[in-house]
Design a protein around this ligand. Structure first.
Ligand code: XIL
Length: 592
């Protein structure tokens, strides 16, 4: 009995010790886990999946204007997405790309096969790197495009990523035509092997072209469109296959991107200083979906965003009445999943980036002017209504004032000339605000303009305008100060800025810093001081509700010079993953 008793006592003793040791181990594991999670919390996570056994890509996730997955395949419609010239002539093709949906990660040799309805103008494009899209040009990076020219000819065009002679008209590096046996469908296979692309059409090798490194990025993105007005074609099969035992093919879905805010992120610091204050940036979809560094900086630092170009009218309604909301819906869902709930819609009514049909609308008769007004109201109701509750503020009217070079208060030329203004005079501004408010009474509504940070006729004009709008009872929330600094004369004096905030507060209006970027000609220290001083002035004044920079990564600060060549700016906060001195200066301002 005794012996038994002592054994069981010892056993329970051992059990206790084991329990305690176990408990300590679990605790340790938890702590280590937490530490690691903390360390990696700002690293982008996007789970890659092995490609299905049958290589199917068609039944994955598509987020493309004009494309809809139905039981017989992907229906691809003519969208006529174009980037128009500002005078509404011409226009660079801007065919849709599946950015927000599925793309592939590939190492080694592979093939992609597609079954395309043989309809002239049916086009499938495979991108090694996605194009960068601004509102004046699209930078073609490496891709290959297959277009059905007629019932027996496939036209192939390739861009190898070398700089275009004319940025807004990037001629392909090579074009070639291949013939195939006519039939209802074309079975196209592109085999990437040893630096060559073999083209197999309806089971027959049609030819071979050099790959020109198009897929050396290890990525394959998909785009499809119809070049024939009004025509829809069906892509009934799309699959990828490994061509060697060392090949790996994985799928990634844009909807899966997850990145946590960083503890040192600008928004986190701003929230600690002034809860509710927002730090935002202009955002471009192409780098957001394709560049992990861009993802990490964006989600790690910002609490709101303004689509830089993607919500401009030429992208949203390229043809009258044909709205393309899917890419922005996906972007908003992705932002929400990553805790960004504030989005500034840019811009409803603007004199630029409009589709040609709008710019060309007549305004010479009463009926014509009424048609423009109707058109404006429809556009605002449809767009604001669609994003109701999801886009929390709008630049309802962007840049209503005449440009610097034509602005002349003595002659009265103070407003920007555009179709809406021609049709309605300055009354379009109040009308636009009222229409937006009716479509989403909870959205904050702004007039957004540049050059308001200084004293002078521009500011006086704006102040008179918003005073009159308030008197009329127009539903205006405040003013967006673009705060672009492109030259020494643009430097912002925060005392003047603060005085302008006061004037707005007296009218019951608020302010946002909406598009700040700073030239670096005077060096990065001056740049840093400007960025941080304006942030400090804004967050220290309750009238200023948010601070947004016009982009954040110099690698995507693109502009077009007078010779239509691509240039990179140095006006933003990061060079890829390297912060410029402005970031530390802004953090310091937020931690003051
Ligand atoms: C700019 C974009 O950043 C560029 O990508 C585009 O090529 C031209 O437009 N004020 C505005 C923004 O309100 O829409 C402009 O954006 C910059 C000036």
């Amino acid at each position: 009995m005794k012996a038994q008793n002592s054994t069981s006592k010892r056993r329970s003793h051992i059990r206790k010790i084991l329990l305690i040791v176990g408990f300590i181990l679990v605790l340790l594991a938890l702590l280590v886990g937490l530490h690691l999670a903390d360390k990696h919390s700002a690293e982008p996570r996007q789970t890659a999946h092995a490609l299905a056994e049958n290589g199917d890509i068609l039944h994955q996730h598509w987020v493309m204007p004009g494309a809809e997955l139905q039981s017989d395949g992907l229906h691809v419609t003519y969208t006529d997405q174009k980037i128009v010239e500002q005078n509404a002539t011409g226009g660079q093709p801007n065919p849709p790309i599946n950015l927000g949906g599925t793309h592939l990660l590939v190492t080694g040799d592979f093939s992609v096969s597609a079954t395309m309805q043989t309809m002239p103008g049916a086009a499938l494009q495979l991108y090694g790197q996605v194009p960068l899209v601004s509102d004046e040009f699209r930078v073609e990076r490496p891709s290959i495009r297959f277009t059905i020219a007629n019932d027996h000819t496939l036209a192939v065009a390739m861009w190898d990523g070398s700089p275009a002679h004319d940025l807004a008209n990037p001629a392909p590096t090579l074009t070639q035509a291949f013939t195939f046996t006519p039939g209802d469908n074309l079975k196209l296979t592109m085999q990437r092997q040893n630096g060559q692309l073999a083209i197999v059409l309806n089971g027959k090798t049609a030819g071979e072209i050099s790959e020109h490194g198009v897929f050396s990025s290890g990525q394959v993105w998909f785009g499809a469109d119809s070049e024939q007005p009004g025509a829809t074609w069906v892509l009934s099969h799309l699959a990828a296959t490994k061509l060697s035992s060392s090949t790996s093919i994985q799928t990634l879905d844009g909807a899966d991107i997850r990145v946590a805010a960083s503890p040192q992120g600008l928004q986190t610091l701003a929230t600690a200083k002034r809860p509710g204050f927002l730090v935002g940036t202009a955002l471009a979809p192409a780098p957001l979906y394709s560049d992990a560094t861009y993802q990490k900086t964006f989600f790690g630092n910002f609490g709101m965003f303004t689509p830089e170009n993607a919500l401009k009218r030429q992208f949203i309604e390229p043809q009258p009445g044909q709205y393309h909301f899917a890419p922005m819906d996906a972007l908003i869902a992705l932002a929400k999943q990553n805790d960004i709930t504030h989005i500034n819609g840019h811009a409803l009514i603007f004199g630029e980036a409009n589709p040609a049909y709008l710019t060309n609308m007549a305004t010479n008769t009463f009926a014509a002017r009424q048609a423009v007004e109707q058109n404006m109201d429809n556009y605002i109701s449809t767009v604001v209504g669609h994003f109701k509750g999801r886009i929390t503020s709008w630049d309802v009217v962007n840049e209503p004032l005449a440009d610097y070079d034509t602005f002349d208060e003595t002659s009265g030329h103070i407003y920007r000339d555009h179709t809406y203004y021609h049709a309605m005079g300055e009354s379009y501004i109040a009308e636009a605000l009222r229409t937006a408010h009716a479509a989403d009474p909870n959205a904050a509504l702004y007039i957004n303009e540049y050059g308001l940070e200084q004293n002078g006729p521009r500011w006086d004009t704006m102040l008179a305008l918003v005073t009159s709008l308030k008197q009329q009872g127009a539903p205006l929330t405040g003013i967006g100060f673009q705060a672009h600094e492109y030259e020494a004369s643009d430097k912002i004096d925060t005392n003047v800025l603060k005085a302008h905030f006061k004037q707005l507060a007296a009218l019951g209006l608020n302010a946002r810093i909406s598009e700040m970027d700073v030239y670096d000609d005077d060096g990065q220290q001056v740049q840093a001081t400007q960025y941080s001083a304006v942030l400090d002035a804004c967050i220290s004044d309750r009238t200023c509700v948010s601070y947004t920079t016009w982009g954040f990564d110099n690698e995507y600060d693109l502009w077009q010079d007078d010779n239509r060549q691509l240039q990179y700016g140095k006006t933003l906060l990061w060079d890829g993953d390297k912060p410029t001195p402005a970031v530390a200066a802004m953090r310091a301002a937020l931690q003051k």
